[in-house]
Write a protein that binds this ligand. Structure first.
Ligand SMILES: [Zn+2]
Ligand SMILES: [Zn+2]
Length: 240
């Protein structure tokens, strides 16, 4: 018998019955969360900002810039996130990124993939999936670029090629403690197109794990558009 990867997965699931990533309750094969934990995952539902997916409370009938988008230029056409980065979602993404639990990429990629169902992305054609790059120093520390892993999984599911076309050339301190304008300043000229990369005329889908203020995605989109990309939409697994 030929030992295929699915054969090994099959053997592994016999040895280790599938269990919930959060609470260890048993789950069906192929599932990461039990029903109870799944119910706590918060999906972003309308109304939300068309540009950056910031959810609003209450009914919004007219289109207007949300507080996050007001008084600044965001260079992506739209940034779509399907889930709030809270509770279980936040916990899983932190463990994936900083806790070396790289297997969690499959669950995070599933959340990312569901962003493609959004009407701003659904039915749209993309020529290339581009992950937000990490600086080489950060990449050495972490051992992997989470956006790259997610972009590769998404590429396998959608057949859109994933290409790391951007480099991060400025080592920026963590953005966490910075406000919106400080983040934008901190990121200025942090990215550049890779040598020999050609994005002219391409419809790009930019990928990251989490959108916080959108500054990183915007800065990447600016570089891609300046280099001739036709459009740059962004998708992330979650939104802060
Ligand atoms: Zn559970
Ligand atoms: Zn917005």
């Amino acid at each position: 018998m030929l030992a295929t990867p699915s054969f090994f997965r099959g053997v592994a699931s016999l040895l280790y019955p599938p269990s919930c990533t959060i609470c260890s309750a048993s789950v069906n094969s192929g599932e990461y969360l039990c029903g109870e934990c799944e119910a706590e995952v918060s999906r972003i539902v309308p109304p939300f900002c068309a540009k950056c997916s910031e959810p609003f409370d209450g009914a919004i009938t007219t289109i207007f810039a949300c507080a996050n988008c007001a008084h600044r230029v965001l260079h992506f056409d739209a940034a779509v996130s399907a889930y709030r980065s809270r509770g279980i979602v936040r916990h899983v993404i932190l463990n994936f990124k900083y806790g070396r639990q790289i297997h969690l990429r499959h669950l995070v990629a599933r959340w990312l993939h569901s962003a493609l169902d959004d009407e701003r992305l659904r039915g749209r054609r993309f020529d290339v999936v581009v992950p937000v790059p990490l600086h080489a120093t950060r990449l050495r520390e972490r051992g992997f670029n989470q956006a790259n892993l997610l972009a590769e999984l998404l590429s396998a599911q959608t057949s859109i090629p994933s290409k790391p076309l951007l480099d991060r050339i400025r080592y920026t301190t963590t953005q966490t403690a910075l406000d919106r304008s400080e983040r934008m300043e901190n990121l200025h000229n942090a990215f550049r197109l890779r040598k020999n990369a050609d994005v002219r005329g391409l419809r790009v889908l930019l990928i990251d794990d989490v959108l916080t203020t959108g500054s990183t995605l915007s800065e990447c989109a600016r570089v891609l558009k300046r280099a001739g990309a036709l459009s740059v939409h962004a998708a992330t697994a979650a939104r802060a």
